[in-house]
Design a protein around this ligand. Sequence first.
Ligand code: FAD
Length: 467
Amino acid sequence: MTQPPKQLIVVGQGAAGLAAALAAAEEARRTGLTLAVTILDKAAEGEAGGNTRSTPSYMRMVALDRVEESFAADMMAATDGRGDRRYFERLAAEAPATMRWIGSHGVEFHKPVYYLAKGPPRIQPVGGGQAIVGALTKAANAAGVTIRYGCTARALAVEGGALHGVEIESGGRTEIVAADAVVLASGGFQGDPARMREHFGPRGETMKLISPGTRFNTGDGIAMARAHGVDVSGQWDGMHCEPIDPRSKNSAPVVLVYPYGVVVDKAGRRFFDEGAGLVHETWEAFARDIQFNRPDGTAFAILDRRLFDIPDWQRATRSEVPPAQADTLEALARAIGVDPAGLAETVARYNAACTGDASRFDAAVCDGLAAAPGLFPPKSNWARAISELPFVAYPLIGAIAYTFGGLATDERARALRSGEPFPGLYAAGEITGHFYGTAPNAVSVLRAFVFGRIAGLEAVSYLRGNG
Ligand SMILES: Cc1cc2nc3c(=O)[nH]c(=O)nc-3n(C[C@H](O)[C@H](O)[C@H](O)COP(=O)(O)OP(=O)(O)OC[C@H]3O[C@@H](n4cnc5c(N)ncnc54)[C@H](O)[C@@H]3O)c2cc1C
């Protein structure tokens, strides 16, 4: 008698979910396991893909076949030593094989030009996250994976300690779909205002989402697993956010020219060292500070004509709206709604401290062109006077990309309960914790693909009785 197929349910069709479903379908075929794989996504077909669909998908790799030797150590440093070294070592070890595998499904990679400032090495799929979601969805369909859109996972069905299904809501109806194993890949909780307020405090609930796809990540999978005692990991009041132009209609309209001028609040006052580091080293704390501490959650980058002399300066902004420009600081202040007297005083004080040799200015590296000691807050790099007409300004708000707090998993993507694997339950991507302090640059997509694939392979191994 033929056995009924085993059922694998994958919740979420982003990087982690697609990698899990496709890897599982391929591995089941390779090993002769009869397996039905279903992806559930709460978004409609044209919108599913979560954050992955909106990301340029920079991945921290030197080339397709290698990461930096210091990768795991760098991750431990980025997480203030609180990360799980085995998790990051597995990520480093599996990244090349995972990228080769993705490449085998028709995705090409290149070395992208980054914003203006140099950062860690990175590769990028040609066409960004959208291209990779498209290619892996096509491959998953071809491998027999079923995808159900507009289908929200609500709860895990567990009886006598055994996982046997997922409760879903679709078309106004609730049902339980059978599952012998489940991969949770439904992202963080940034799309849920109540959870945002709970973990980040007042103003958490009003934080702008950086991209349209971000809104589907409302912490459902985290709550589903927590309800059955799955452990947590990552910093619950940690998030990755970036400064964006509130006037823009683009997805993720980041404005990353602020290190080259000054940033003021509505009163015209500076409030941080805009040149403390390369832009990806300051953007997170800065964007967060705007949202939680500045009047009306707004700030303004103030520059002058020399912004336009920086080679390829447009690479540092994804806003389609040009900056405000004026021939006097007073007119600029009035145009953007900043106190003119405050701005005049701030710029005068800043200009007086710009005593370094301006010919040293180099937007791509920390150029050491610091303002004179005594300026408060200091400006450690790129300190050039704001004096050449026209004066230029961008309004800025902080926008969230993803949260850090999530589920505890081991280096085999197994969800942990009281430190032990929860039989048949896996999690990968943004839904898992592992990040503390600051987001390691260009790692979130990479880890979603790597651990998504591991979750799919592990689920098949478990279903074949080798778990
Ligand atoms: C604008 C932007 C730029 C970024 N740039 C980079 C970058 O260059 N490099 C980098 O490493 N990281 C970057 N990130 C972060 C990175 O994109 C994400 O962390 C990563 O893509 C997350 O993948 P994921 O599969 O875990 O989740 P997602 O891709 O967000 O997928 C989650 C999916 O789950 C679905 N879902 C949610 N709840 C349910 C439910 N209850 N039932 C069913 N489905 C559900 C959602 O609809 C969604 O499709 C960026 C993020 C953004 C927003």
